[in-house]
Write a protein that binds this ligand. Structure first.
Ligand code: IMP
Length: 195
């Protein structure tokens, strides 16, 4: 069976390179078309936002498109930042500003209460309207301070339960073995193979 080609909705190089590693040999990723307007991510949940992006790119390009949306849920913050993870510290917040805001909100919170999880929803949308949907979750906790130089976003403060105490930012490609995105896109890759 030929490897399917998918136009990728994300223009975030950090995300695109992770997805390319997980989907290697399972799909060929085509960059999002030049000149495509930004998609307003105003859905109520991760699935809504992933669908908005996949649909917009599919309609613009006329080809099968793949999109994902990710959120960090922190239990003591009642699930925040969740769908607002990209803009937790403001609409143009940097990764570092978002990390600093999380650490400030969790100031004084004991280790046992710092539980959190990343969730990713990945969607492939086809021009005929049918979809593939996959989910990935990783449980973990928020560290007391940032550690590690790799990865992106909240990686320096997220310690997955499977990671022997290291943050995602202290791992290389090992992150994909149990990350939210690794799990969602491996599952999507499996669906592509049987689609
Ligand atoms: P997005 O909506 O999927 O782009 O993700 C929203 C925000 O979550 C991003 O801007 C990052 O700050 C954060 N994020 C997404 N994926 C990851 C990850 O794998 N590690 C750490 N932070 C992430």
């Amino acid at each position: 069976m030929p490897i399917p080609e998918l136009v990728i909705a994300s223009a975030n190089p950090d995300k695109v390179s992770e997805i390319a590693v997980v989907l290697q040999k399972l799909a060929v990723l085509i960059p999002r078309p030049e000149g495509m307007p930004d998609v307003v991510e105003d859905g109520e949940n991760l699935e809504d936002n992933a669908r908005l992006k996949a649909l917009a790119v599919c309609e613009f390009s006329g080809r099968p498109a793949v999109a994902d949306d990710t959120g960090l849920e922190i239990d003591v913050l009642n699930g925040a930042p969740g769908v607002f993870s990209a803009r937790f510290a403001g609409s143009d917040a940097t990764y570092q500003q978002n990390v600093e805001k999380v650490l400030a909100e969790l100031d004084g919170v004991q280790m046992g209460q710092r539980t959190a999880r990343f969730k990713t929803v990945a969607i492939v949308r086809y021009p005929d309207g049918h979809e593939l949907i996959a989910n990935g979750t990783v449980e973990g906790h928020i560290s007391l301070s940032p550690l590690g130089e790799q990865g992106f976003g909240y990686d320096p403060i997220f310690v997955p339960v499977e990671g022997e105490g290291a943050t995602f930012a202290q791992m290389g490609h090992e992150k994909h073995r149990f990350s939210h995105r690794g799990r969602a896109f491996r599952s999507l890759g499996y669906m592509l193979g049987s689609n």
